[in-house]
Write a protein that binds this ligand. Structure first.
Ligand SMILES: *Cc1c(COP(=O)(O)O)cnc(C)c1O
Length: 375
């Protein structure tokens, strides 16, 4: 049996006629850059997230960058985020001219520790970006309380959490802006690059619309210096098709997570992900923790089970951020997680048989490890 880490082909096969028809409509209308298919998706996605506005952009990275710019973040400002996110969160801060400030995470959820956030605030702090990692939301009540008290802008990086909930409300709807990536492997994935910002503030949406299109509201009249960060028409059309299936796919991911939970060991040798009582995870990634991570990945790969690591090096220890002056030991939880995490195969179409096979092989691999330790 083969268990790939991800299977985009299986999903395409399940929606092939709808997708092909949507692509044909874009071709017939030659609506390639921005245009009606993007606008339609924006309306649908805003409604899905429970927000007044959505602005489609060229990637999740541009969504974060333009949201920060639109909220007035710039040189001299500090923006706090979690140490164990994908680098795009921090790059967006850097590309505004601001300084990323990292904080540690909570062991149970891998998400921003509100106590760490409180401690990291200085005179220069202007915004905070909680990242809803692996499909599970950060603890938004305390984070929002702290943000409000210190007059910080709150921007959610919801790139891994389309449809995730916190106390019944969806990711993206908690802050001044919610940023999403539609990179192909995400829970809602385009067939190319795309992203979006959702917000309840009309002015913020308007500034991002202007910035994503060279600062123009009217063609060739440039109100400000912007950029080209438009969403392309094919992606808008495909995302409209796929959005209709998102809840079913997220439900299938949750079912798969429960199946993993039933077949995997959960003791000293392996810790399974937990769903916090405050919300509903959409299991973008199913990350377990084991002491000898590299050996497990290797042994599973030999049996055609393909895993990944999200992420092997936390941002404060990346060469790119060496100049910020963090040292090893700054964020012990994020560092420990980075050394022990393994992302198991996770996608909606994963079958019960595949999960049972992964479970059997993991039990066998851990037994072999125990035996070799004893001899
Ligand atoms: C994928 C991702 C991004 C970046 O999205 P792109 O569309 O690849 O630019 C940002 N933040 C997080 C947490 C992500 O997982």
């Amino acid at each position: 049996m083969k268990v790939p880490f991800l299977d985009l082909k299986a999903q395409y096969e399940s929606i092939r006629p709808e997708v092909n028809q949507a692509l044909q409509q874009v071709l017939d209308k030659t609506a390639f850059a921005g245009g009606p298919f993007v606008s339609r998706f924006e309306e649908e996605f805003a409604a899905y997230c429970g927000c007044a506005h959505a602005v489609g952009v060229s990637s999740g990275t541009s969504a974060l960058w333009l949201a920060l710019l639109a909220l007035g973040i710039g040189p001299g400002d500090e923006v706090i985020t979690a140490a164990n996110t994908f680098i795009a969160t921090a790059e967006a801060i850097s590309f505004c001219g601001a300084k990323p400030v990292f904080v540690d995470v909570v062991e149970e959820t891998f998400n921003m520790d509100p106590a760490g956030l409180q401690e990291a605030i200085t005179e220069k702090t202007k915004a905070v970006i909680p990242v809803h990692l692996y499909g599970q939301m950060a603890d938004m009540d305390p984070i929002r309380r702290i943000a409000r008290k210190h007059h910080l802008r709150l921007i959610e990086d919801a790139s891994q959490s389309h449809g995730a909930e916190y106390q019944g409300r969806r990711a993206g709807s908690f802050g001044d802006a919610g940023c999403f990536s539609f990179y192909p492997g995400k829970n809602l994935g385009a067939y190319g690059e795309a992203g979006a910002v959702v917000t309840d503030h009309a002015e913020v949406a308007d500034v991002i619309r202007c910035l994503r299109d060279h600062g123009q509201r009217q063609k060739y009249y440039h109100a400000c210096v912007g950029w080209n960060a438009r969403m392309d028409g094919f992606q808008g059309a495909i995302l409209s098709v796929k959005l209709k299936h998102l809840d079913d796919w997220n439900q299938a991911r949750r079912r798969n997570a429960h199946r993993y939970h039933a077949v995997l060991p959960d003791h000293d040798q392996m810790h399974l992900p937990r769903e916090a009582a405050y919300g509903k995870s959409v299991f973008h990634i199913y990350a377990v923790r084991v002491p000898d991570r590299d050996r497990l990945i290797q042994e599973l790969a030999e049996r055609d089970i393909h895993c990944a690591i999200h992420y092997p090096v936390p941002l404060h220890l990346q060469d790119a951020y060496e100049s910020l002056g963090y040292e090893k030991g700054s964020f012990p939880v994020a560092e420990r997680c980075a050394d022990q995490i393994v992302s198991l195969p996770m996608y909606p179409e994963l079958s019960a048989e595949q999960i049972e096979y992964v479970g059997r092989e993991i039990h066998a691999a851990l037994e072999r490890q125990t035996e070799s330790q004893q001899t």
